[in-house]
Design a protein around this ligand. Structure first.
Ligand code: AMP
Length: 286
């Protein structure tokens, strides 16, 4: 049975219970509206830890768009069933008063290039909000290992840096992106797509896969341009950015010299939700 805790006190009591005390804790933070991407994280945690704790909290401090926050999908009963089925032991579903008793504030923490490129450039303050909530949750849950999806590739880089600096005892594990049968990266925001937008959206991953074929005969900028044109064949999709970056520093790459693998990261606007995705490219595929 998945135990549900809504307050810090309940969480504290549960974690001091025999079922949880002195056990290796895996932790999977989420914003709910769960899908198979989330359950892949839970299942990975169940495999390598004694107990698995998840959280569902739509963190206002990481939203830079009021409508995005207001429209974020919410389906607690289904989420709970999915957590049970995936083997999650405890889920923490706090209110904003529990998380931010002194009002919504973010840590004064900076990540240099990692937070200024791509998502950071288009969603100012987003990663500071992410670092704030993840730190708060780590302090409450005290996990041994935490799981995050590669779907949010830049977020994973920030999370690794946060752990390196402030939580060196927490092991960070990244999990590959889970996709729909047609290639669309699973996302809670996909629920907000109209049927027409949903039909067009698989073009994003199709274009990303196609990008590998363009290397190394085109510059990184030209590959980004070709991917953008491919996607914008659909009138319903507009590319906000498409950047080929170093997979660790996230610095945009300008040529293929001395590179083995790069990461292409993309954000696509629809008239509804904004979609992000990414893919690894081998620079010298054998
Ligand atoms: P979210 O609920 O969107 O904040 O996501 C919670 C966690 O699930 C984050 O670590 C995400 O990167 C991860 N995640 C979201 N979508 C996917 C996916 N399609 N495949 C793998 N992980 C995902």
């Amino acid at each position: 049975m998945t135990i549900v805790c809504n307050t810090i006190q309940q969480l504290h009591n549960a974690l001091n219970n025999d079922r949880f005390r002195n056990k290796r804790r895996g932790f999977v933070p989420t914003m709910g509206a769960l899908h198979a991407g989330h359950t892949a994280l839970i299942e990975a945690s169940v495999k390598s830890n004694d107990i698995t704790i998840s959280s569902i909290y739509v963190n206002p401090s990481q939203f830079n768009n009021a409508d995005d926050l207001k429209n974020y999908p919410h389906m607690p009963e289904k989420d709970l069933r999915m957590l049970e089925d995936a083997g999650c032991d405890l889920v923490f579903i706090p209110s904003t008063e529990e998380i931010y008793p002194d009002g919504i504030q973010t840590l004064d923490i900076h990540f240099g290039t990692l937070e200024t490129v791509m998502e950071g450039a288009f969603r100012p303050g987003h990663f500071r909000g992410v670092a704030t909530i993840v730190s708060r949750l780590y302090d409450l849950v005290k996990p041994d290992e935490a799981f995050f999806g590669e779907k949010d590739f830049q977020q994973l880089a920030i999370i690794r840096e946060l752990a390196r600096r402030n939580y060196p005892r927490i092991k960070i594990t990244g999990i590959p992106t889970i996709r729909e049968a047609d290639g669309l990266a699973m996302s809670s925001r996909n629920l907000l797509l109209t049927p027409e937008q949903r039909k067009a959206a698989p073009l994003i991953y199709k274009a990303l896969k196609q990008g590998q074929e363009f290397i190394p005969h085109h510059t990184p900028a030209a590959v980004s341009e070709l991917i953008t044109r491919y996607i914008e064949q659909s009138k319903l999709l507009r590319v906000e950015y498409c950047i080929i970056a170093d997979p660790v520093s996230l610095e945009p790459v300008t040529d293929w010299n001395n590179r083995d693998e790069v990461r292409c990261c993309i954000a696509v606007l629809t008239e509804g939700p904004r979609l992000i995705d990414n893919i690894a490219y081998r620079v010298n595929p054998d």
